[in-house]
Design a binder for this molecule. Structure first.
Ligand code: COI
Length: 418
């Protein structure tokens, strides 16, 4: 959020209106001098081209306080280039904003207005926006891949739309319809095509975000909602690249508790894990495995992904009981594994079972399907099988093949954009 000088001036003008125009008694007592000053200031403002003289009430001002600014980034000039100017061989998971974002708003009536693309840039929010003060927000993550023939592929964006609706309902927010959501994601992929990495080099990570953008003071749902979709080209999520991860079982902090919002993609699930995550990273671990909040004996998930445990031909994963995110990669991998004849079990996975496993791997949109090399629990470090012959690698290569179009999609998971 950047409030530049011109925006502050806009607010100044509006404040002037509130005191000098909206108050009729004061209006009557305007001297010629103050009237002249008032007119001069507003003529100057409209000359600046950034402020419109708006005769509006305070409540209207409030309702408009979260209007996004369409500014900062100028319309890209090299739109016709097939690729953006980027080092495609060294993509990590940092933000490299693609040209366009998509914005759609919804007021109290629950109806979203027609969304539109605009150059990626900062947005303006009231300091009292619901999302900033009370965390009323959910987000999604999905990826677009480039095929050899130049077409773009999206993986199950309808599932993200449905998950956003479920999350929004939990956080008492209206949400876009599945069609609105998928259409926005398609528009973002297509408008930002030059930011989609060459085949095999990564993907365009697309981040749909729904937030209470209207102002509140007391704890209440926001009076206005904003749905934004932006995108960034990405490579591997972890600095380990495709190497196996080293996980640490966290016994002090928990990620989610029964009855909370751990099962949905609420923004409030992420900042609370940062402390434990940064402590683990400073000790050389890639991520944390959380235990259940009640007994601290059963596996939940990692900070950024779901977890699977392999023993023989059985693959187990913690059952989604309200504290575990219903990952789209998670359920896709479960289906692929069943198709391949593995026994797939969703259940409460005891931490001792993990210690005894042949393999452990993680799944998530950002993470993909990532092998776990070691898990450290109570000062004991356990090693797992990894490598080309691992179950993880076999499932990963099928999923990646379907997503990138090198394996035929018999499940209707992939949508193609020209
Ligand atoms: C994703 O996998 O898309 C996520 O939202 C995880 C996030 C921590 C990057």
């Amino acid at each position: 959020m950047v409030m530049d000088e011109d925006v502050e001036k806009t607010n100044d003008v509006e404040r002037t209106h509130r005191t000098e125009v909206v108050d009729p008694t004061k209006h009557l007592h305007l001297t010629w001098l103050s009237l002249l000053k008032f007119i001069t200031r507003n003529i100057w403002s409209s000359h600046k081209g950034n402020c419109k003289l708006k005769l509006q009430s305070f409540s209207k001002y409030n309702a408009q306080a979260a209007t996004p600014l369409r500014e900062e980034r100028k319309k890209p000039t090299n739109q016709d280039d097939e690729y953006a100017d980027l080092d495609w061989d060294n993509l990590g998971f940092g933000l490299t904003p693609a040209d366009y974002m998509y914005v759609m708003k919804c007021s109290k009536d629950g109806e979203f207005t027609k969304g539109e693309l605009s150059p990626f840039g900062n947005i303006q929010l009231s300091p009292s926006a619901g999302v900033l003060n009370y965390g009323q927000g959910v987000y999604e993550g999905t990826k677009a891949y480039r095929k050899d023939n130049g077409k773009l592929l999206l993986f199950r964006p309808d599932q993200n739309a449905i998950r956003m609706q479920i999350g929004a309902e939990r956080m008492l927010m209206p949400s876009p319809s599945v069609d609105q959501f998928v259409d926005a994601v398609k528009q973002i992929a297509s408008a930002n095509k030059r930011w989609v990495p060459p085949p095999g080099k990564g993907s365009l990570y697309i981040r749909p975000l729904l937030m209470g953008s209207g102002p509140v003071l007391g704890l209440a749902p926001a009076p206005e909602y904003t749905f934004i979709v932006y995108a960034s080209p990405v490579g591997n999520y972890f600095k380990e690249g495709i190497a196996a991860l080293n996980l640490f079982v966290e016994e002090e902090y928990v990620r989610a508790a029964p009855g909370g919002a751990g099962g949905v993609k609420s923004i409030t699930n992420y900042a609370p894990v940062l402390k434990a995550l940064s402590r683990a990273k400073s000790r050389g671990f890639s991520d944390i495995l959380y235990l259940d909040a009640v007994k601290k004996k059963y596996l939940e998930e990692a900070s950024s992904c779901n977890v699977f445990v392999v023993k023989g031909r059985t693959i187990s994963t913690p059952a989604t009981n309200g504290t575990i995110l219903e990952g789209i990669t998670r359920k896709s991998v479960m289906e692929i594994a069943s198709d391949q004849g593995y026994k797939v079990v969703e259940k409460a996975v005891h931490v001792d079972e993990v210690i005894d496993a042949d393999e452990v791997f993680c799944t998530g949109t950002a993470v993909g399907v990532a092998p776990v090399g070691t898990i450290t629990y109570k000062d004991k470090r356990v090693e797992y099988e990894t490598g080309d012959e691992s179950v993880c690698q076999k499932l990963r290569s099928v999923l990646v093949g379907i997503k990138t179009g090198t394996i035929e999609d018999t499940k209707g998971w992939v949508s193609c954009i020209n």
